[in-house]
Design a protein around this ligand. Structure first.
Ligand SMILES: C[S@@+](CC[C@H](N)C(=O)[O-])C[C@H]1O[C@@H](n2cnc3c(N)ncnc32)[C@H](O)[C@@H]1O
Length: 242
């Protein structure tokens, strides 16, 4: 792994891990911002998956869509993984609070899933994770490798900047205060439907379909302020103690 990639991954692991509590509260708890998108995973899995699947959720953050799918398939089983141990601790905590028993957790880089054998999983999911990965092609190849030949992969990336103004605003602020601590090679690399489908097909998936899901980001101003203030890069810039 080159130095730049290594740095991006370290920044990812620290930044996401430090923000896990806030992430869960705003994006996953109750009617959290991410939940309309998570509902789309549950809906597709309900229609397409039979029996008691073994599911791998990659870049789970504080446990979605893994926890929702574990609840949907109580006789199946879900392994949730993420690069950030803070996020995995948050996912474990949420699963315990929700009495989810059919789940396990692992810190793992999506670009190297070598702890899992070929053709292991019935379902692989990755919600809003790919665009953070410096080599997302390698991650997609790993998803394909660990998925059974007739398995189902569900994944998403956010859209282009004109549809993701709040994300662009937050990334813009971060780039302004900490230009050397980027979380991304390119945050919009999979923003268009064509690019996403092309990348997935190139990784060897077939029967690929793509749908747009609108995720409203109506965040009260005080919560946006808290999110920015808690961002470790912005805190560092402001000279705040970690
Ligand atoms: C926007 S969050 C998505 C979390 C969750 N899937 C959700 O739907 O809310 C992106 C997640 O990707 C994780 N991530 C970034 N790079 C990763 C990598 N190379 N391997 C695994 N996880 C990664 C981050 O730690 C973070 O938890």
């Amino acid at each position: 792994m080159d130095l730049e990639t290594c740095k991006i991954k370290q920044t990812q692991a620290t930044a996401w891990g430090n923000g896990a509590e806030l992430y869960a509260a705003n994006l996953h708890e109750g009617s959290g911002i991410m939940m309309p998108l998570i509902a789309a995973y549950a809906e597709t899995a309900r229609a397409e998956v039979k029996g008691n699947p073994l599911i791998l959720d990659v870049a789970s953050g504080t446990g979605e869509p893994g926890i929702s799918l574990a609840r949907q398939f109580p006789n199946g089983s879900v392994i949730m993984t993420d690069l950030a141990d803070g996020m995995i601790a948050g996912a474990k905590g949420r699963a315990e609070r929700l009495s989810v028993k059919n789940a396990s957790f692992d810190v793992a880089d999506a670009e190297d899933l070598s702890q899992f054998k070929d053709a292991t999983f019935d379902v692989v999911t990755c919600n809003c994770g790919l665009m953070f990965m410096p080599n997302y092609e390698r991650a997609l190849a790993e998803f394909r490798r660990v998925l059974k030949p007739d398995g189902l992969a569900l994944m998403s990336a956010w859209g282009l900047p004109e549809h993701t103004q709040l994300i662009s605003l937050m990334l813009g602020m971060q780039a302004a205060v900490a230009p050397n601590d980027s979380l991304f090679a390119d945050p919009n690399i999979l923003g268009s439907r064509e690019k996403l489908v092309h990348a997935v097909e190139r990784a060897g998936f077939s029967n690929v379909s793509c749908r747009e899901v609108n995720v409203p980001m109506h965040i009260p101003a005080d919560k946006v302020r808290v999110a920015l203030v808690q961002n470790p890069l912005i805190r560092r810039m402001a000279g705040a103690a970690d």
